[in-house]
Ligand binder design. Structure first.
Ligand code: FES
Length: 205
């Protein structure tokens, strides 16, 4: 039977799956990396105008040309669901979809992705309707602190769409670029399997 504290945790987890606010000690963490750290301290460059299409909306921004897509999302569009872990392309916490394909947004310059359709965790649900993988993450309790969750979900969506969710082994291989420091991998794989089945059912597969 689910107790009161379990219910509270579940509600918090649901928030993490939709916005991927990471949790520490039961508190949602809205930020982890300072803007100063994100920009670095090199020489000053002239700002440039950049048009980004994110979650179906066009945004006109004036950015330092060195701004990464991740920093543009987090610092300029306040879409903080995508997380900065390593900033080096190694952890997958910053994964978003670009024209439906997964990319690590910490490695992409915002100025170079003009005209591409960017999808973040905030754009995955259809109104109140969670994406099947978001729902499966909740059902399977597929996270601990939640910091890597948005990256895991975005990569998982791509993994399913690419047809790489045929077996637990295949999922593990194709999700190997997304790390979870708490080792929630077994639950993540189960969630992806559930969502892949649900997606097939919707497609009539
Ligand atoms: S923050 Fe982009 S891969 Fe780690």
């Amino acid at each position: 039977m689910m107790g009161g504290s379990d219910l509270t945790r579940r509600e918090l987890m649901e928030t993490a799956v939709v916005t991927s606010g990471a949790m520490r000690g039961g508190q949602l963490m809205s930020e982890a990396i300072s803007p100063a750290a994100a920009q670095g301290t090199g020489t000053v460059s002239s700002p440039i105008d950049v048009v980004l299409r994110v979650n179906g909306t066009e945004h006109r921004l004036t950015l330092d040309p060195r701004t990464t897509l991740l920093d543009a999302l987090r610092e300029h569009l306040q879409l903080t669901g995508s997380k900065k872990g390593c900033g080096l392309g190694q952890c997958g916490a910053c994964t978003v979809l670009m024209d439906g394909k997964r990319v690590k947004s910490c490695l992409s310059l915002a100025a170079l992705v003009e005209g591409r359709e960017i999808t973040t965790i905030e754009g995955l649900a259809q109104g109140e309707q969670l994406h099947p993988l978001q729902a499966a993450f909740i059902e399977r309790d597929a996270f601990q602190c939640g910091y890597c969750t948005s990256g895991q979900i975005m990569a998982g969506v791509a993994c399913i769409n690419e047809g790489h969710a045929g077996s637990p082994e295949e999922i593990r291989e194709w999700m190997s670029g997304n790390l979870c420091r708490y080792g929630a991998y077994d639950h993540i794989v189960l969630a992806i399997q559930d969502a892949a089945r649900a997606t097939d059912a919707v497609r009539g597969g």
